[in-house]
Ligand binder design. Structure first.
Ligand SMILES: Cc1cc2nc3c(=O)[nH]c(=O)nc-3n(C[C@H](O)[C@H](O)[C@H](O)COP(=O)(O)OP(=O)(O)OC[C@H]3O[C@@H](n4cnc5c(N)ncnc54)[C@H](O)[C@@H]3O)c2cc1C
Length: 407
C-alpha cells in the first residue's frame, strides 16, 4: 500500500508495533518455509531475484525479503509504534499510539489476518495436566514433553506441525475437520503455478456466489518442503499419524470426536479432483498441455474402518494439545463502529462500510482469492489506493473555496 500511495504522491506513514516483518520474526515456528514458491511473492515493484524461483523461503529468507522491500522503496515505517486506538475525529481520524497521536484523513488497516488463534470453546474443558499451545506459540518438537500430542486442525499449519512432531518420535493424533487437499505438484508443475496461470487465484470477491463462505475456506493442505513432497492425510498416516474426526467436545477428561471423518475426507478428495479438472480444462483450452504430464488423479484418502470417537486425555497418553484451528484478526483497538455482530469489519472489497476514508487490507478473499497471500496484496493495494486517492480528491473539490472558485 505504501508503494502505491507513493506513486499517487499521497503523504503517509506506516506504523508497526514491532520490527519490520514482525509476524514472520515472532509468530512462526522454526522449520516453517513459505508454501508459496519463491516466484510467487511478487510485491509491487519488487520480486524474486535469486536462482531458485521454484524453491520455498525459510523464515530468515522471508524476513530478509520483506526487510529488503521496505529498504528498497524507502518506506516511511515507524517501528515500535503500537496503535492503541483509531477513532473518528472531525471529518477524519485520530490514531493514538504509544509514541503519540496522529490526525489523518484516511487510515488503512493492514494489521494482519492471523493475530489471534481461534480456539474452540471446548478447549476450556481440557484437563489442566495437559499443556495446550497454538501455532503462534509452537516453535519446534523439542519444546514439547515426550509423549502423545493431539493436533487439532488439518489445514496448512496443523498438517505441517503434525508431520514434524510425529517424525520427532512423539505419536500424533490429528483431529480432522473440513480441509482442502491439493497435491504439491500436478502434471509436473507446482499446484500454485497452475492456480496462478489459470486465473483461479485472481477470482474476484464480486464474482463468487457466496463471499462469506469463500472468506472462511480453510488454508490448503500444503507445505514448502525442499523435496516438493505433498502433505495430506495419506502421507501423514504413512508415517504413523492417527487421523480422527473433528473435536466435538471434551467431557470428563475425554475428547470426543465427530463421526464425520470419512465424509470430510471424501469431500476434500472430491473438491481436489474438481480443481484438477478445472486445471486440465484450462490447460487443454490454452495449449498448456503439450510439455506437461498427462492428466491423472491421486489415491483417495484412506480412512480406517472405525476411527475412534473418544480419547482419554486424563490417562496420560496425551501430553500436549496444539489447537491449529485457525486465526482471526484483532481489531480490539478500533474505536470506529464498523464491526458486525460477529466482530468482523463490514466492508466492500476493503472499502469499509459507513466510515469514509477507512480501508482494510490483507484479509482472506478481501478482493481476490489471493488476497491473503504476499502475492495478492499488490493488486488489492493498487485498487484501494485508487479509491483512496479519488476520495481525497473529492474532499478537496468539495471544499467551499474550491466550489466558489469553480463558480
Ligand atoms: C503460519 C502461516 C504461514 C503462512 N504462509 C504463507 C505463505 O507461504 N505464503 C504467503 O503468501 N502467505 C503466507 N501466510 C499469510 C501471510 O501471513 C500473509 O501473506 C502476509 O503476512 C500478510 O501480510 P500482512 O502485512 O497483511 O500481515 P502481517 O504479516 O500479519 O503483518 C501485520 C503487521 O501489523 C502489525 N500490527 C498488528 N497490530 C498492530 C497495532 N495495533 N499497531 C501497530 N502494528 C500492528 C504486526 O506487528 C505485523 O507486523 C502465512 C500465514 C501464517 C499464519
Amino acid at each position: 500500500m505504501s508503494w502505491w500511495l507513493d506513486r499517487c504522491s499521497i503523504d503517509h506513514v506506516v506504523l508497526e508495533r514491532g520490527d519490520i516483518a514482525n509476524s514472520w520474526k515472532t509468530e512462526r515456528w522454526d522449520s516453517l518455509r513459505l508454501l508459496t514458491p519463491n516466484w510467487q511473492s511478487r510485491l509491487p515493484g519488487y520480486g524474486y531475484q535469486g536462482s531458485d524461483p521454484d524453491g520455498f523461503r525459510t523464515m530468515p529468507e522471508t524476513i530478509s525479503f520483506i526487510e529488503g522491500y521496505a529498504g528498497a522503496m524507502a518506506a516511511p515505517v515507524r517501528t515500535h509504534t503500537t496503535v492503541t486506538s483509531v477513532r473518528k475525529h472531525d471529518d477524519g481520524y485520530e490514531v493514538s499510539t504509544d509514541q503519540g497521536n496522529w490526525k489523518c484523513e484516511t487510515v488503512v488497516l493492514a494489521t494482519g489476518a492471523c493475530n489471534i488463534p481461534t480456539i474452540p470453546a471446548v478447549a476450556a474443558a481440557v484437563p489442566a495436566t495437559i499443556r495446550t499451545l497454538t501455532p503462534l506459540q509452537y516453535r519446534k518438537p523439542d519444546q514439547l514433553e515426550d509423549g502423545g500430542v493431539l493436533v487439532v486442525g488439518a489445514s496448512a499449519s496443523g498438517v505441517q506441525i503434525a508431520d514434524e512432531i510425529q517424525r520427532s518420535g512423539r505419536p500424533v493424533t490429528l483431529a480432522v475437520g473440513e480441509h482442502v487437499r491439493v497435491p504439491r505438484v500436478y502434471r509436473g508443475k507446482d499446484i500454485k503455478w497452475w492456480m496462478d496461470a489459470s486465473g483461479v487465484l485472481d477470482q474476484r470477491f464480486d464474482e463468487v456466489d457466496d463471499i462469506v463462505r469463500a472468506r472462511h475456506v480453510p488454508s490448503l493442505q500444503l507445505a514448502g518442503y525442499a523435496d516438493r513432497r505433498s502433505i495430506d492425510l495419506n502421507s501423514l498416516t504413512a508415517i504413523g499419524v492417527k487421523p480422527v474426526g473433528r473435536v466435538a467436545g471434551v467431557n470428563d477428561g475425554k475428547a470426543q470426536f465427530s463421526g464425520s471423518l470419512r465424509n470430510v475426507c471424501a469431500l476434500a478428495d472430491l473438491k481436489m479432483n474438481r480443481l484438477l479438472g478445472t486445471i486440465d480444462e484450462w490447460a487443454r483450452d490454452h495449449g498448456q498441455d503439450v510439455d506437461v504430464d498427462p492428466p491423472h488423479r491421486f489415491d483417495a484418502t484412506v480412512v480406517e474402518e472405525s476411527p475412534p470417537l473418544l480419547l482419554d486425555l486424563a490417562r496420560g497418553k496425551i501430553k500436549t494439545i496444539i489447537w491449529a484451528t485457525g486465526f482471526r484478526p484483532d481489531f480490539s483497538w478500533l474505536d470506529v463502529p464498523v464491526l458486525d455482530h460477529k466482530g468482523n469489519i463490514r466492508h466492500d472489497g476493503g472499502v469499509v462500510a459507513d466510515s469514509p476514508g477507512l480501508y482494510l487490507l490483507g484479509l482472506p478473499f478481501l478482493r481476490r482469492r489471493k488476497s491473503s497471500l504476499i502475492d495478492g496484496v499488490g493488486d488489492d493495494a493498487r485498487d484501494l489506493s485508487a479509491h483512496l486517492a479519488a476520495y481525497l480528491r473529492d474532499r478537496v473539490l468539495s471544499r467551499p473555496e474550491m466550489i466558489a472558485a469553480r463558480g
